[in-house]
Design a protein. Structure first.
Length: 217
């Protein structure tokens, strides 16, 4: 990862539960070809939300990876910032933006410390990040998202579901989403609907997912 050393592959931040489990930073997922979640196109659920006008104002893509979702939203002439801790993924995202002539911004940022961005957003997307965090990490992540989401703003969470066959790793229950984003945390869940997430390890139909629409109070 740019700006990190072999002695500290996490660049001074606290590694996530996934990183502690594997012993590798998220950046390593992009070193030997596409990551399992990097399917080379935006997720169909994100495309549908965008087509319905669900993205508005300044948009943040938290955990953007190589940028396919962020680039799709930015192609609709919306200002988009994609953030990730994986510098390799961000370099790929910037190259895609340049090659496609799309104005999108990408920056290294810790999703658990988004307040350090010093910015506010009207719409936030989390595609595949929430389910990668364990129960101890989620309260901090929810507060981090709240710190950069303007009141009345919208958060979309697309995550692996525990409902149905062929679930992805770290599946999430509908109740877990509602418990994490309750009014006491500054959020209200408007809807949690069944959907799909495409991965490189599932067939063309993808894995069972939830698409949650959450409002900032």
């Amino acid at each position: 990862m740019p700006g990190t050393s072999a002695d500290d592959p996490f660049a001074g931040r606290q590694p996530t539960a996934h990183e502690r489990m594997t012993g590798l930073p998220w950046d390593a997922s992009y070193h030997d070809g596409p990551a399992p979640w990097d399917v080379g196109r935006p997720q169909p659920a994100v495309v549908r939300v965008a087509a319905a006008g669900g993205f508005a104002g300044a948009v943040l893509d938290a955990g953007c990876g190589t940028g396919e979702n962020a680039l799709h939203v930015a192609s609709l002439s919306l200002p988009v910032l994609g953030v990730d801790v994986a510098g390799t993924a961000l370099a790929i995202a910037r190259e895609k933006a340049h090659d496609r002539g799309i104005a999108a911004e990408f920056a290294v940022a810790d999703a658990l410390r988004l307040e350090r961005l010093g910015r506010r957003f009207d719409t936030v997307l989390d595609c595949g990040l929430f389910h990668a965090l364990d129960g101890d990490e989620r309260p901090g992540y929810v507060a981090s998202l709240a710190s950069v989401t303007g009141r009345g703003g919208t958060l979309y969470v697309l995550c692996f579901s525990d409902d149905g066959p062929g679930t992805g790793p770290h599946p999430v229950g509908r109740h877990e989403l509602r418990a994490a984003f309750e009014p006491a945390t500054g959020w209200e869940v408007a809807a949690v609907e069944p959907d799909r997430i495409l991965t490189r390890f599932h067939d063309d139909a993808g894995a069972p997912a939830w698409l949650a629409t959450i409002r900032r109070l």
